[in-house]
Design a protein around this ligand. Structure first.
Ligand code: ZN
Length: 169
């Protein structure tokens, strides 16, 4: 069995990165610091398009800064994206908190993610906008590892754990 060279980031490879994401004010929004690096399958929309583009062709050990516009990040903010939903539209046994993510099925059957923006009495304010929609993303990234994806990972469109486990999907 021959393994293709996986020395540069390309489609179909599992790439591990350490990253820090800051907003326009320089506040840290998210970071892998102190945790395992983030592993993603390149070319399968596991990460925002702007960051994926910036990583293409990079090598292990490369550090890069990527400034990603909303359109290449979590989308433009849509003011019409907020909606009030009765509390009983959600599972009873889950304690709802702002920031929680759910999946909503639209009238056309399309499935889309929604986030809880707030709780008001027996109503829930949901937002179709990702919490980072409309924001320019500033990524500071280091490529930690690149490896060939397994056929199962390619089939699923996401990486599995180091031991090949798939406990997420
Ligand atoms: Zn999987």
């Amino acid at each position: 069995m021959s393994h293709p060279k996986s020395s540069v980031v390309a489609d179909g490879l599992v790439v591990s990165i350490h990253y820090t994401l800051t907003d326009d004010d320089g506040d840290v929004v998210d970071s892998s610091e102190g945790q395992e690096p983030l592993a993603y399958l390149h070319g399968h929309s596991n990460i925002v398009p702007g960051l994926e583009q910036a990583l293409l062709g990079k090598q292990v050990g490369d550090r890069l800064k990527a400034v990603v516009a909303p359109a290449d990040g979590y989308g433009e903010f849509d003011p019409a994206g907020e909606e009030r939903v009765p509390r009983d539209a959600f599972p009873e046994d889950i304690e709802l908190e702002p920031g929680m993510q759910f999946t909503a099925t639209g009238p056309d059957g399309a499935v889309s993610p929604v986030w809880i923006a707030g709780l008001e009495g027996d109503e829930v304010l949901v937002d179709m906008n990702h919490p980072l929609a409309g924001q320019t993303l500033h990524f500071d990234v280091e490529v930690v590892a690149i490896r060939t994806a397994t056929p199962e990972e390619l089939d699923h469109g996401h990486p599995h754990g180091a031991d090949g486990d798939d406990d997420e999907h």
